[in-house]
Design a protein around this ligand. Structure first.
Ligand code: MN
Length: 735
C-alpha cells in the first residue's frame, strides 16, 4: 500500500463528507481496496502504484460534488478494461448502477479518435455523448482525462502530443458544453503546455514577471469597484485573476498579435445577490469607467447553450488598461464553474440528477429553456449539440474503416452507411462487416460500430432495399437506380415494339431512319427531345405504336399495305391499331411504384375492384396490367415484369365504376329476378346486364353484370342479396 494513495483516499473521504455528511464511507474504502488489488501488478508511467490514478479521478469527481455511485465508478473505472475483473463481480460487490457506469466508461475507452478534421471532431464528440447514455459516464471520463493530462509529463513526447491534441479537440469542448468552466480551462492550459510549449513558457514568464504589479493592481482596482458599488448599497464579492493561458493564446492567435500587445491579462468577477443587482452594478461600473464599445454581452437575458449566465463588459481603467469584468449571481457563478454538475441536488438522502433521465419536470423545463434560448443563439449547431445530451437516442455514430465518424439516424443499416459514404458504394454493396463480422444488410447499427462495406462492381440495388434503409438519401439513390433500370427496360421494349409495328408495312427502324421519317416522327410529329423518349414512351405505353404508323404510313395506304406485307402479324397489328381507342379512365385509380404517367389496364380475367389486393405487370406497349394478387394469370406471368401497384385512395370515390359479374343461385320462384334487380339498385349500383336460367332441380341461376365503385360496395350488394328469401348463394365470378 502506498502512502501517497492513502493520503488521496483520506482527502477523498473528507471531500465527500463535506457535501454529504452521512455518506457511507465504508463503500469507498471497499472500492479502494478492490481496485488496489485488481491493479496490484500495474504501475503508472511515473512509477507510482496504479491505484493513485483511480483514487485521484475519484477525488476530482468528489470535488464536483457528485453522487457515491460516480465516486465508486471513478475508483473502479479501469478495472474491467485493464485487469481480470468482470462486470458481474462489480455488480455483485457494488450494485447495478455502478456496474452500468463502469461498463459505459469501458466502452468509451475502447473507441479512439484518429483524424484531426474539425467536422470529424464534432461528430466524435457527439458519439461520446451518445454512447455514454448517462451523463455521469462522461463526467468520469472527463475526470480520467484530467488526471491523465496532469500526469502527461511521464509519457513519451509523441504520446503527449497525441493525447493533448485529442483532449483539445474532444474533451475540453465537451467540458465546455457541459458548462464545467474550471475543467475546460485546466484541460486547455494543459494542452497548450504540450502542444505549444514555447508559448506556454513565455506566457508563464510574462504573467509571473508582472505578478507583483498585477497583484497590486488587482488589489487597488478591487477596492475602487467596492467603493463605487457600496455608494449604491450593492453588496458584492469581487475577485481579480490572471486570465487562463489558453484564452490569451487564442486571442493572440486570432488577432495575430505578439505578447507585448496583449494588455488585458486580468479579468474581474463581481458576484452579487440577485439579477437586479447585476444590472445595477453594470450601470454603476459603466458610469465610473469608460466601456469599450461592442464588448458588452448580456448572457443573463440570453444564456449560452450550456446554461452559462453572466454579464460581460470591458472597461478602460485609469492608465488605459482594458479590464474585463463579469457580473453574475451566486447561482450563476456555481453553474459557470460546475455546469451540469451544478444541476445535481442532494435530496432526501440521495442525489438526484435534475438534468438527466428525461422524465422529471425540471428536466423538461431545462430542455424547454434551451429551446427558447435557441432563438437568440448565433450558432444553432452549438444549441443542437447541447440538447442532444437529452435527445441523443435519435442518432447513432459509427466509424468507417479509416476511423472517420458518420452520423446516422437511429435504426440505420449498413446500406444507409454505404450510401452515406458514396452513392457508388451503396449501389455496389453486396454485404457488410460490422466490427469484423459479416452481418445481414438489415442489421441495425450501434454507436461505436466500425462498418466495412463489401462491394462488387456487378452489384445492383434491389427493390427490397427500400424496406431496409432508413435515410432518405439512401432511399432516393435506390429509387433513382430502379427508375433507370425500368427506363432501360421500357426503352428496349419500345424499340422492339416499333420494329414489330413497322414490319407489316415492309418497313424497319433503319429504313425509316434512312428516309428521315424517323427523325421527323419524334422531333416534329411528337415534339420529343430525343429518340430515346420515343422508345421509352412506347415501352411505357404512353405513346401508341399506331401514332407512329399513322405518321409514317399514309392512312389510305395502311390497309392496302397490310395486305401486301408478307408475314404480317395481323393479330398483333390489330391490337396496335385498337390500342389507342381504349379509354385510359382507369389511369388515375392506380398508383404504380416509381413510375409516373403510365397507362393502366385491368385484367379482364379477374377485374380487380378498389380494395382488392393487386399486383401489376409491365406489358409490351400497353403500360401496366393490374390483376388481383390471387388471379392465376398474375401467378403465371413473368415475375421480372412485376411492379408494385396500389389503389389510389384519393380517386376511389371520384365516380369510377368497375364492372363485375355476380352469380346468384336461388330457388326458382316467380318474381325473383325483379326482387334481385331491386335489391341491387337499392344499393345505388347500376346493372349493365342480367341473365337467368333455370335448372332441372327447380333452382335458378342469375348472372348480373354490375358496376360498382369498390369492394365495399360489392360486399354491400352481395350481403343484401344473400339476405333475400330464396337465395342460396351469391358469388363474384370471372366475366
Ligand atoms: Mn483511467
Amino acid at each position: 500500500m502506498s502512502a501517497e494513495s492513502l493520503k488521496v483516499l483520506a482527502k477523498l473521504k473528507t471531500t465527500v463528507r463535506s457535501y454529504f455528511p452521512d455518506a457511507p464511507l465504508e463503500i469507498i474504502d471497499r472500492a479502494f481496496a478492490f481496485s488496489e488489488k485488481a491493479h496490484e501488478k500495474q504501475k503508472r508511467s511515473s512509477g507510482d502504484p496504479y491505484i493513485i490514478h483511480p483514487t485521484e479521478v475519484a477525488l476530482s469527481l468528489a470535488e464536483m460534488n457528485l453522487d457515491i455511485a460516480t465516486i465508486i465508478t471513478g475508483l473502479l473505472h479501469d478495472t474491467v478494461e485493464d485487469t481480470g475483473v468482470t462486470l458481474e463481480e462489480i455488480q455483485v460487490n457494488f450494485g447495478k448502477d455502478v456496474a452500468e457506469l463502469v461498463d459505459g466508461v469501458t466502452k468509451l475507452s475502447k473507441i479512439t479518435f484518429r483524424t484531426t478534421e474539425e467536422k470529424q471532431a464534432e461528430n466524435f464528440r457527439k458519439m461520446i455523448i451518445a454512447m455514454a447514455k448517462d451523463i455521469r459516464v462522461i463526467l468520469v471520463k472527463l475526470a480520467d482525462r484530467l488526471n491523465n493530462m496532469r500526469t502527461l509529463k511521464y509519457l513519451a513526447p509523441e504520446k503527449q502530443q497525441r493525447i493533448a491534441q485529442e483532449t483539445l479537440d474532444i474533451y475540453a469542448p465537451i467540458a465546455n458544453r457541459l458548462g464545467i468552466g474550471w475543467l475546460k480551462i485546466e484541460l486547455e492550459d494543459l494542452c497548450l503546455r504540450y502542444l505549444h510549449p514555447d508559448v506556454y513558457t513565455k506566457l508563464g514568464e510574462l504573467v509571473a514577471k508582472k505578478k507583483a504589479v498585477r497583484d497590486k493592481f488587482i488589489e487597488s482596482f478591487t477596492e475602487l469597484l467596492k467603493e463605487r458599488l457600496e455608494e449604491y448599497e450593492i453588496k458584492a464579492q469581487i475577485s481579480g485573476r490572471a486570465k487562463h493561458f489558453f484564452s490569451i493564446y487564442k486571442k493572440m492567435d486570432r488577432r495575430k498579435v505578439d505578447f507585448d500587445q496583449i494588455h488585458d491579462l486580468i479579468a474581474f468577477r463581481i458576484v452579487v445577490d440577485n439579477i437586479t443587482e447585476c444590472y445595477k452594478s453594470l450601470g454603476v461600473i459603466h458610469a465610473a469607467f469608460k466601456p469599450v464599445p461592442g464588448r458588452f454581452k448580456d448572457y443573463i437575458a440570453m444564456p449560452k447553450a450550456n446554461s452559462y449566465q453572466s454579464l460581460h463588459t470591458t472597461v478602460i481603467a485609469e492608465g488605459g488598461d482594458r479590464i474585463e469584468i463579469q457580473i453574475r449571481t451566486q447561482e450563476m457563478n456555481s453553474v459557470a464553474d460546475s455546469g451540469i454538475a451544478a444541476h445535481w441536488k442532494y435530496k432526501e438522502g440521495r442525489f438526484v440528477a435534475k438534468t438527466t433521465g428525461g422524465k422529471s419536470n425540471e428536466n423538461v423545463e431545462w430542455v424547454n429553456r434551451l429551446l427558447e434560448w435557441n432563438k437568440d443563439l448565433s450558432d444553432p449547431a452549438e444549441f443542437l449539440e447541447t440538447v442532444k445530451i437529452d435527445l441523443f437516442a435519435e442518432d447513432v455514430f459509427v466509424f468507417t474503416p479509416k476511423g472517420e465518424v458518420k452520423e446516422l439516424p437511429y435504426g440505420a443499416t449498413p446500406l444507409d452507411f454505404a450510401y452515406c459514404v458514396h452513392t457508388n458504394v451503396g449501389n455496389m454493396c453486396v454485404g457488410a462487416k460490422v466490427n469484423g463480422k459479416i452481418v445481414p444488410l438489415k442489421y441495425r447499427l450501434k454507436s461505436g460500430d466500425t462498418i466495412e462495406v463489401i462491394t462488387n462492381p456487378q452489384g445492383q440495388p434491389s427493390k427490397d432495399w427500400l424496406k431496409i434503409v432508413k435515410t432518405s438519401r439512401a432511399k432516393a439513390k435506390i429509387r433513382a437506380v430502379i427508375k433507370q433500370q425500368e427506363r432501360d427496360r421500357a426503352l428496349q421494349i419500345g424499340k422492339d415494339l416499333l420494329e414489330k409495328a413497322l414490319k407489316p408495312f415492309g418497313l424497319s427502324q433503319s429504313k425509316i431512319e434512312k428516309s428521315g421519317d424517323f427523325d421527323r416522327l419524334w422531333k416534329d410529329h411528337l415534339s420529343l427531345r430525343s429518340p430515346d423518349e420515343l422508345f421509352i414512351g412506347l415501352g411505357y405505353g404512353r405513346i401508341y405504336p399506331e401514332r407512329a404508323i399513322e405518321f409514317i404510313v399514309p392512312k389510305d395506304a395502311q390497309e392496302k399495305k397490310l395486305e401486301l406485307a408478307k408475314g404480317a402479324d395481323e393479330t398483333f397489328l390489330k391490337k396496335v391499331l385498337n390500342a389507342a381507342k381504349r379509354k385510359t379512365e382507369s389511369k388515375n385509380a392506380i398508383l404504380v411504384a416509381d413510375l409516373d404517367d403510365i397507362l393502366i389496364r385491368f385484367g379482364r380475367c379477374c377485374s380487380p375492384l378498389p380494395g382488392d389486393s393487386i399486383v401489376g405487370f409491365i406489358t409490351r406497349g400497353r403500360g401496366v396490367t393490374v390483376h388481383t394478387s390471387t388471379c392465376t394469370k398474375a401467378i403465371d406471368s413473368d415475375q421480372a415484369r412485376r411492379v408494385d401497384v396500389q389503389w389510389n385512395r384519393g380517386t376511389v370515390s371520384t365516380g369510377l365504376r368497375r364492372q363485375v359479374r355476380i352469380r346468384i343461385l336461388c330457388l326458382d320462384q316467380p318474381g325473383l329476378l325483379a326482387v334481385m334487380s331491386q335489391t341491387i339498385s337499392a344499393c345505388s349500383v347500376n346493372i349493365s346486364s342480367a341473365n337467368i336460367r333455370t335448372t332441372k332441380d327447380k333452382k335458378a341461376i342469375a348472372v348480373f353484370d354490375v358496376e360498382v365503385a369498390d369492394i365495399q360496395q360489392l360486399t354491400k350488394v352481395t350481403s343484401a342479396l344473400e339476405g333475400k328469401k330464396g337465395v342460396i348463394s351469391v358469388e363474384r365470378v370471372k366475366s
